[in-house]
Write a protein that binds this ligand. Structure first.
Ligand SMILES: NC(=O)c1ccc[n+]([C@@H]2O[C@H](COP(=O)([O-])OP(=O)(O)OC[C@H]3O[C@@H](n4cnc5c(N)ncnc54)[C@H](O)[C@@H]3O)[C@@H](O)[C@H]2O)c1
Ligand SMILES: [Zn+2]
Length: 360
């Protein structure tokens, strides 16, 4: 991603720009130029980048622990209280610096403060750079349920620097690639094979990183510009998520989100193959790649009845049915309404016994 690659996203709340930076110091200089900025940042990022934070004109008002426990209304309230203590007003621009957790907490706080002030997001995880930073969704957890309360509100700017990935732990880099692979399969055969060859050629941190971030955002932009509010087409972005969320739920969030998505993509493909929607060769091609690069030894055990029970509790399930997002081929992922029934349970069971990519 180079500066020449800046692009805009059309949103119901106006157009916003995604601005790439080659260097972290250049990005911090830009943050320093934002008038009325208050910074809400991941505490780990504040430690890692202490020097650039010190030199910044903008005020760091709140450090967020990047945990699902902090991604709650209580976490949003702590951010709002910090804004209040810092004398925030109607002109305040909230600048969130961190991954998806900081994005959700800071975005929601900015939407609630005086019924909404500007939100600038600086994604520092690969998942946030390649996927969550555009699309206007923000939500926090409520009780035992993830992402149950939230809003649709677009950021006013997104500042992206792929160099943040240099300090990101390997599991978080792989997690980001889970969403990148999801978007590549949604996009086209060409994109899937390009990502596969990049990763198999030079690993997750290869020189292709900026290109794959950009291509993922392009795919997502194409979809959200048609359906920002998830009435129809946007639901295909949940590919891998129905099963992935069930796995996150039964393992008590013991799997990084994007790895749960990669696993969920493989389960969706298996179910599509068993329902003769997807041909066996395409299933096997994707499966081989996912198993080679996304395998994970999970401490927690899980089985098909537990996963089915979690799917019934999913906020998108209704009356025992759910929209499965199933591939009909590479570049052809569709919404297929389905019952959460014995047939689905048996297909998940068969997947777990056959060749679960997490290879328990
Ligand atoms: N709003 C949306 O559209 C959307 C989309 C997808 C996911 N999400 C949410 O995002 C959350 C997951 O976010 P995530 O995967 O981006 O990660 P995260 O925010 O949970 O951060 C993961 C870890 O990486 C650390 N970290 C962040 N940047 C770093 C860096 N550059 N160097 C070193 N460490 C760094 C964090 O401190 C944390 O320990 C979930 O809660 C998920 O529900 C939201
Ligand atoms: Zn996701």
């Amino acid at each position: 991603m180079t500066t020449a690659d800046a692009f805009s996203v059309e949103s119901g709340q106006g157009r916003y720009r995604v601005e790439p930076f080659e260097r972290i110091d250049g990005l911090f200089a830009e943050i320093g130029r934002i008038d009325h900025a208050v910074l809400v940042a991941d505490e780990r990022i504040v430690e890692l980048f202490a020097e650039p934070f010190r030199t910044l004109g903008a005020t760091l008002i709140h450090r967020v622990a990047a945990t699902e426990r902090e991604k709650t209304l209580a976490g949003v309230e702590r951010t709002l209280l910090a804004m209040q203590a810092a004398g925030a007003n109607k002109k305040t621009v909230v600048v969130g610096v961190g991954g998806g957790i900081v994005q959700d907490v800071a975005a929601l706080a900015s939407h609630l403060w005086y019924r909404g002030v500007e939100f600038v997001f600086v994604p520092t995880t690969l998942l946030a750079m390649a996927d969550s930073c555009i699309g206007a969704k923000s939500a926090v957890n409520l009780g035992a349920f993830k992402n149950q309360v939230g809003t649709f509100q677009a950021p006013s700017r997104v500042l992206v620097c792929p160099r943040f990935v240099d300090t990101l732990p390997d599991d978080d880099v792989r997690s980001g690639y889970g969403e990148i692979v999801k978007l590549a399969i949604i996009d086209s055969a060409q994109r899937f094979f390009a990502v596969r060859d990049d990763v198999e050629g030079t690993g997750f941190r290869g020189p292709h990183l900026g290109r794959n971030i950009r291509a993922s955002l392009e795919t997502k932009r194409r979809i959200i510009e048609i359906d920002e509010y998830e009435r129809d087409l946007r639901r295909i972005l949940n590919y891998g998520h129905t099963f992935g969320h069930a796995l996150e739920s039964v393992t008590g969030n013991g799997v990084p989100h994007g790895l749960a998505v990669a696993w969920g993509v493989d389960v969706a493909n298996f179910v599509a193959m068993r329902r003769t929607i997807l041909d066996h060769a395409t299933y096997a091609e994707i499966h081989r790649f996912l198993k080679a690069v996304f395998s994970l030894k999970l401490p927690a055990a899980y089985d098909a009845p537990q996963l089915i029970a979690a799917m019934r509790r999913d906020k998108k399930a209704y009356d025992g049915t759910i929209n499965l997002i199933l591939p009909h081929g590479l570049g052809d992922v569709r919404v297929v309404p389905a019952a959460i029934d014995a047939e689905l349970e048996s297909q998940i069971g068969e997947y777990l016994r056959s060749d679960d990519i997490f290879g328990r």
